[in-house]
Ligand binder design. Structure first.
Ligand SMILES: Cc1cc2nc3c(=O)[nH]c(=O)nc-3n(C[C@H](O)[C@H](O)[C@H](O)COP(=O)(O)O)c2cc1C
Length: 176
């Protein structure tokens, strides 16, 4: 399957990207596309009329992919702007965009014990408006992320590793 990976952070030590990299190693049989959403301009109606190439490319990727996996931190009790911006770009035309009926699953992570629960809820609310199909599951939230990754940002917590693998298995079955 062709899977789009969307991160909510893009700094050099991004834990969200580390989790998405782990996804690739846990299910290497799939094709993954990872766009650098931080390079996108802010959504603007004027730009939308003449979309930049990277936006057209992302829209086409969503059109042709089988599913989307989002991994994001929580920023100020919500979704990082970079992720919201990408969803805004993908959400037009309203209720009939490439996101309509697209299977999506959400992974949130945080150093706090809350595990990005508020970001998780907010993304669901945002995606609701796109008519995408959110994988119905036990929410995949990772708390205490700093103890789950080692210095090279590999997952070393076996419980989380197996939870993540189960989550992915369920999501791929759901898409299939
Ligand atoms: C601007 C900003 C806002 C944040 N707000 C929250 C928050 O509301 N709740 C939370 O649990 N963590 C918050 N954090 C901490 C990050 O979510 C947490 O450290 C996360 O693991 C970073 O993930 P990343 O490496 O993918 O950027 C915030 C961090 C930043 C930079």
């Amino acid at each position: 399957m062709k899977i789009l990976l969307m991160s909510g952070s893009f700094h050099s030590e991004s834990k969200s990207i580390a989790i998405l990299n782990a996804v690739k190693t846990y299910a290497p049989e799939h094709e993954y596309i990872f766009p650098w959403l931080d390079k996108f301009p802010f959504y603007c109606e004027d730009l939308s009329a003449k979309k930049p190439n990277e936006i057209l490319e992302l829209i086409n990727t969503v059109k042709t992919c089988d599913g989307i996996i989002i991994c994001t931190p929580e920023y100020n009790h919500s979704v990082p702007a970079v992720l919201k911006n990408a969803i805004d770009w993908l959400s037009r035309p309203a209720f009939n965009s490439v996101l309509k009926a697209k299977p999506i699953t959400i992974i949130t992570q945080a150093s706090s014990p809350v595990g990005g629960a508020r970001a998780q809820a907010h993304i669901k609310l945002i995606l609701d408006s796109t008519l995408s199909t959110i994988y119905p599951c036990h929410e995949m939230m990772i708390s205490g992320i700093d103890n789950i990754l080692d210095n090279s940002r590999k997952i070393v917590d076996r419980k989380i590793e197996s939870k993540l693998k189960m989550h992915l298995l369920g999501f791929f079955e759901f898409i299939g």
